[in-house]
Design a protein around this ligand. Structure first.
Ligand SMILES: NC(=O)c1ccc[n+]([C@@H]2O[C@H](COP(=O)([O-])OP(=O)(O)OC[C@H]3O[C@@H](n4cnc5c(N)ncnc54)[C@H](OP(=O)(O)O)[C@@H]3O)[C@@H](O)[C@H]2O)c1
Length: 226
């Protein structure tokens, strides 16, 4: 079975995720809405966020996972073996554990590194991670029922194009960025037909501080009709 997948981003009015400074406190306060079992992140998002200079001795001890631990798992898509600073991520207090999604193209050396860190790895797909079976395995083996995607446009794009997203939620900031670089929260090859459009149904709207709008949309699956 597939878990329920929510894509959630802080965006400008033109759908971009760069240049402006989102209200991060508000972003994560609202992120708690979904009580996700797993936070799914792209490798680029992790590399952007991690403090690679943090000395080992200054990192807090990872809180021991408890049997009734309610914190989500951190699940990272990283078939290219890019994220290396696993001590840093394992010691973040927001997650009870880490799982990495790899493909058959992931170097064996990286799988060994994950093993040394005692990080479970799901291998799915030949080149990139095949997201559908990876999500099914998260559900079957780790009981993951709800996934909140905390990522940029690339992973969002792969999930959306694969029809794996149930909800798209944005914190719409009152700012326009402009530009021609592909830094929107949904990056994917241009459509070749309108059949690729994803229809949405507005399920929640709320005006928050500083004219930020919170919009939640249910993805209308093709079988449900537009
Ligand atoms: N504003 C917000 O709400 C928000 C939230 C989170 C992040 N961000 C920002 O977003 C930026 C990063 O975004 P990004 O779009 O560059 O990168 P990203 O989405 O974080 O990372 C790209 C991910 O997509 C995976 N991928 C690419 N094509 C795929 C495919 N066909 N099938 C399966 N997986 C695929 C890659 O996997 P491999 O590693 O296996 O190649 C990689 O893990 C950062 O600057 C971050 O700060 C903004």
């Amino acid at each position: 079975m597939l878990p329920r997948v929510i894509v959630y981003n802080a965006v400008s009015l033109d759908g971009r995720i760069d240049w402006f400074t989102p209200d991060v406190g508000l972003f994560y306060e609202l992120a708690a809405t979904w009580q996700e079992d797993a936070t799914l992140a792209g490798s680029e998002t992790l590399l952007t966020a991690e403090d690679q200079t943090a000395p080992e001795e200054e990192l807090a001890e990872a809180p021991e996972p408890q049997p009734d631990d309610q914190r989500p798992l951190l699940v990272v898509v990283d078939s290219r073996a890019r994220v290396r600073h696993w001590d840093y991520w394992k010691r973040q207090p927001y997650w009870r554990g880490v799982i990495v999604l790899c493909s058959r193209a992931t170097p064996a050396e990286y799988l060994r590194l994950l093993q040394e860190h005692r990080i479970p790895c799901i291998v799915a797909g030949d080149d990139h991670v095949s997201l559908r079976p990876a999500l099914e395995e998260l559900n079957a083996h780790y009981g993951v029922q709800t996934v909140r995607v905390d990522s940029g446009g690339t992973l969002n794009g792969a999930l959306l194009r694969a029809g794996l997203v149930d909800e798209v939620s944005v914190l719409l900031h009152p700012v326009l960025v402009g530009g021609t670089s592909p830094r929107s929260f949904y990056r994917a090859p241009d459509l070749t037909s309108a059949q690729g459009l994803i229809s949405l149904k507005l399920i929640h709207q709320e005006r928050l501080e500083n004219d930020v709008l919170w919009l939640r949309y249910q993805v209308v699956k093709p079988s449900e009709g537009a």
